[in-house]
Write a protein that binds this ligand. Structure first.
Ligand SMILES: NC(=O)c1ccc[n+]([C@@H]2O[C@H](COP(=O)([O-])OP(=O)(O)OC[C@H]3O[C@@H](n4cnc5c(N)ncnc54)[C@H](OP(=O)(O)O)[C@@H]3O)[C@@H](O)[C@H]2O)c1
Length: 306
């Protein structure tokens, strides 16, 4: 099968397409023919070892000293079950499934073998493969952070989303709206219409006004881009208001409940994945260059077809 391998840490050109053996599913595993994956901020961060100072040492210890121990990047997949081990009970060959692999990576390839008990679910029936792949990364992260901030228990929360046009941000707007929040989105001026289209009640362009001086107060402030800190926004919080950033040491842990919620709100029409560009696996180096800009809108899909 064809797979994209990260041969060392570095620029997009360290990514190479290789022919490697197709995985054989173990007794509890499912072999998925991947139709679509996404290339996320997390993938390019790993490829480029894009962290500051001592975090570089931490990252090398965790994911590999000279190059990633798991050279096939990519944490999302949507595809069709082609084979499975004898102990798999909940799925059938031909099922359309989608899932997250988190630190196991492995999705920028034509096939992946995953455990039946991993973060895998039947695809929402109304979704195509690109859409199913595109709701996972930002959607799961947004749900995890917004839930940690208690959005599910707040009535008509006032929510400020910083970095509202990335993969996490576009999902966070829609998930906050699902919970009945009044959402203010912060983005660059050219992206205002996108935020309004996704349901934001107000949009504040960070390149035209000082967003740390906004007159309103918020119950939840989510930095969905990882460029801000609590100190900057303390005065914008209500008395019990809470600030969190995706850019700190806090990680979004996955659960099957999050996938079920994503599937549900996609099916209801409340969550529309934003797909900026679609690249083929053969063009994945170009995709890395694009995601490296840090200016993508929503998601970049990697298609295994074509
Ligand atoms: N902690 C975790 O578990 C976790 C999980 C997932 C992701 N993350 C982190 O979350 C961050 C966002 O991920 P992502 O995939 O959503 O990124 P992304 O899609 O690459 O985000 C790009 C967006 O960021 C916006 N942006 C850039 N600079 C900005 C600024 N100063 N203020 C506001 N918006 C700005 C850009 O919008 P404009 O063009 O409008 O500026 C662009 O649309 C990454 O740093 C990633 O590593 C953390």
């Amino acid at each position: 099968m064809k797979a994209s391998l990260c041969t060392q840490y570095g620029p997009p050109e360290v990514i190479e397409i290789h022919d490697i053996p197709k995985p054989t599913p173990k007794s509890d595993q499912i072999l998925v023919k991947i139709i679509a994956s996404t290339l996320n901020s997390g993938d390019v961060r790993v490829r480029g070892l894009q962290v500051d100072g001592w975090m570089k040492i931490m990252m090398r210890l965790v994911i590999g000293w000279n190059k990633p121990r798991k050279p096939i990047l990519g944490v999302t997949y949507a595809g069709i079950i082609e084979a499975m081990g004898q102990d798999v009970k909940s799925y059938e060959i031909g099922d359309q499934v989608f899932g997250l692999t988190a630190f196991k990576f492995g999705c920028h390839a034509e096939y992946i073998a995953v455990s039946e008990k991993s973060m895998i679910l039947q695809m929402p029936k109304e979704a195509n493969f690109d859409e199913a792949a595109a709701i996972l990364f930002g959607g799961q992260t947004a749900i995890c952070f917004l839930h940690k901030m208690g959005i599910q228990n707040k009535n008509k929360a006032k929510v400020l989303i910083l970095g509202a046009t990335g993969s996490v941000g576009t999902s966070a707007i829609q998930i906050a709206k699902y919970y009945g929040a009044n959402v203010t989105a912060v983005c660059s001026a050219p992206n205002k219409d996108l935020c309004l289209l996704l349901g934001a009640d107000h949009v504040k362009p960070y390149d035209q006004e000082d967003i740390t001086m906004l007159p309103e107060r918020y119950d939840i402030i989510l930095d969905a881009v990882g460029k801000y800190n609590h100190k900057q926004f303390k005065k914008l919080l209500t008395q019990n208001g809470i600030f969190k950033t995706v850019g700190g040491m806090e990680y979004a842990s996955e659960s099957i409940d999050q996938l079920e919620l994503l599937s549900k709100i996609f099916t209801e029409g409340t969550l529309k994945p934003v797909i900026d560009k679609i690249f083929t696996l053969a063009d994945i180096v170009e995709a890395h260059r694009y995601v490296d800009t840090g200016r993508k809108k929503g998601n970049v899909v990697v298609s295994m077809e074509g």
